[in-house]
Unconditional design. Structure first.
Length: 267
């Protein structure tokens, strides 16, 4: 099982920064009970991130961000999984042989879960305690020094009141995994962060995401309003017969739900 996946890495302004390609497994060929068992992997809830950002803004905590490079490759496999040799890297005279995976790889059904378990074990060994209600939020409190660590797949937010403690966590993470230090958090999960520390204010903006949705459906030049639909509009039974319009609206509505999770004023 093998394939090649390509993607575009976008920056805070939504523009493409780098083009990436990587070898991935054909997870759709896996069979439950043979190639994998459990696949569930938790991620931090958006409301939890909002709450901790609110606390950080009110108490003037530092908000730093890091990114784990090729996170899923850090996962350890419990199953025996084989894949054919990648094109261009086939051993001469051994074309009939296959590769046995020693680590998790992108595309496997259990890849996300394996990475999450690996990270959980590592961060707990450094003294962090896992939240009972939020498995991807960790805390470390000692001598008045507070550090919160939030994990969302391969994005990490580090929040705390002591620069020395935060720096220590960053250095430790760098030794454990291949990391990218993004400095102060300014763009997380497609959300732009604007902060006014003097007035203890923090604003989350999804302008680039909303613009992307509008452009996708050819509505970038539409008249702006407070709500995604005109107030008082009346629907009739025959309107539902147009499946293309119904499907298009449902897709756009799902986009507005994603925006709701960050901006309560959109509700």
């Amino acid at each position: 099982m093998k394939d090649v996946d390509s993607k575009r890495k976008r920056g805070a302004d939504g523009k493409v920064e780098t083009y990436k390609a990587r070898l991935v497994a054909k997870g759709y060929t896996q069979k439950e009970g043979i190639d994998y068992e459990e696949t569930f992997s938790p991620v931090a809830m958006l409301k939890s991130i909002r709450i901790l950002l609110s606390i950080a803004a009110h108490l003037d905590y530092e908000i730093w961000q890091m990114d784990v490079k090729t996170a899923f490759l850090n996962g350890r496999l419990e199953e025996s999984i084989y894949m054919i040799q990648p094109e261009g890297f086939i051993a001469k005279g051994q074309e009939h042989r296959v590769c046995k995976l020693q680590r998790s790889i992108y595309g496997l059904k259990q890849a996300s879960r394996s990475w999450n378990i690996r990270f959980d074990q590592a961060v707990k060994s450094f003294g962090f305690e896992q939240s009972i209600d939020e498995p991807c939020v960790y805390s470390k409190i000692k001598d008045g020094k507070v550090v919160f660590l939030i994990l969302y797949v391969d994005d990490i937010l580090i929040i705390g009141n002591d620069v020395g403690s935060l720096t220590s966590v960053k250095m430790w993470l760098t030794k454990q995994f291949q990391m990218k230090d993004l400095g102060e958090a300014s763009y997380v999960l497609g959300i732009r962060i604007f902060r006014d520390r003097k007035n203890k204010m923090l604003v989350l903006s999804q302008a680039s995401y909303i613009d992307k949705i509008l452009e996708k459906y050819g509505m970038q030049d539409s008249k702006k309003g407070q709500q995604p639909m005109r107030h008082g509009i009346a629907f009739e039974m025959h309107c539902a017969s147009n499946t293309s319009i119904s499907w298009r609206y449902n897709i756009m509505d799902s986009g507005s739900v994603k925006s709701d999770a960050w901006n309560p004023q959109l509700r």
